[in-house]
Design a protein. Structure first.
Length: 252
């Protein structure tokens, strides 16, 4: 039975990742470190002998720029590149743009409350009230603007991501077209993909964190089921990044 390979990664570090702020749908560019992470991700993909046939990113610059830098390293800038709003980061509502430690303090320096908002499957930040400045011309093609989020839990992220991911990425590109697919997206979307493909429970997904700029690979059969557990192309680098993400916000 043929094995289909899906490469997924969180974009390189953004300027607000570096400043410990919630980014969400605010369009923040890569930091200098993030640019280096993107190039290194391209090198990891190349060294692993992986050869993407098509790339998907979100419509946020940090995702797009990471994808383009990877393709440049692979000498495949000409590759089909789809920019899809459904692959945008989780919308953090009123917490967007705020320092994570400030939100931790706002929640009474209660680790359980902070972890619930950040990582629990059902944890939802307070929604944006009034016009959302994040909704700009890049979303003009969305016919029903009411579907665009104003504050999301991971459960809500999955409800907008997975129909597109299953139909377009998994069933069409990966299996029917038999293409190696590269998806450059955001932490909450990567967690959604892990939850779906690895059948992670609602409770257990709260313990999964995703580093910036380290590709992970899913090998799937013709039914879209994993033939082995997903793996990072640099396990040591991923472990360091995961630990960093896990502790974000708890200290100034």
């Amino acid at each position: 039975m043929p094995t289909h390979k899906l490469i997924v990664l969180r974009h390189g570090e953004s300027r607000w990742n570096h400043e410990n702020k919630f980014c969400g749908w605010i369009d923040i560019p890569l930091s200098e470190k993030g640019k280096d992470e993107a190039t290194r991700a391209g090198a990891l993909i190349k060294d692993a002998g992986l050869d993407p046939d098509v790339v998907y990113t979100s419509r946020l610059t940090r995702s797009i720029d990471t994808g383009l830098r990877i393709l440049d390293h692979l000498n495949k800038a000409w590759l089909d590149h789809h920019k899809v709003w459904q692959l945008n980061e989780r919308h953090y509502g009123q917490y967007q743009g705020r320092n994570k430690h400030d939100v931790f303090v706002l929640l009474g320096e209660d680790k359980q409350k902070f972890h619930y908002i950040r990582r629990d499957y059902h944890g939802t930040p307070p929604a944006v009230e009034g016009p959302d400045p994040c909704i700009d011309a890049r979303y003009n093609d969305v016919v029903n603007q009411a579907v665009l989020p104003r504050g999301e839990s991971l459960e809500m992220v999955m409800k907008r991501v997975m129909p597109f991911f299953i139909q377009e990425v998994l069933n069409h590109q990966l299996i029917q077209m038999d293409r190696t697919v590269l998806v450059v997206t955001h932490g909450s979307v990567v967690r959604s993909v892990i939850k779906h493909l690895s059948h992670v429970s609602d409770d257990d997904i709260s313990s999964i964190n995703v580093p910036t700029g380290v590709p992970l690979v899913f090998e799937l059969d013709d039914h879209g089921e994993l033939v082995k557990d997903y793996y990072y192309l640099d396990q040591e680098l991923a472990a360091k990044g995961i630990e960093k993400v896990r502790n974000e916000g708890l200290q100034k």
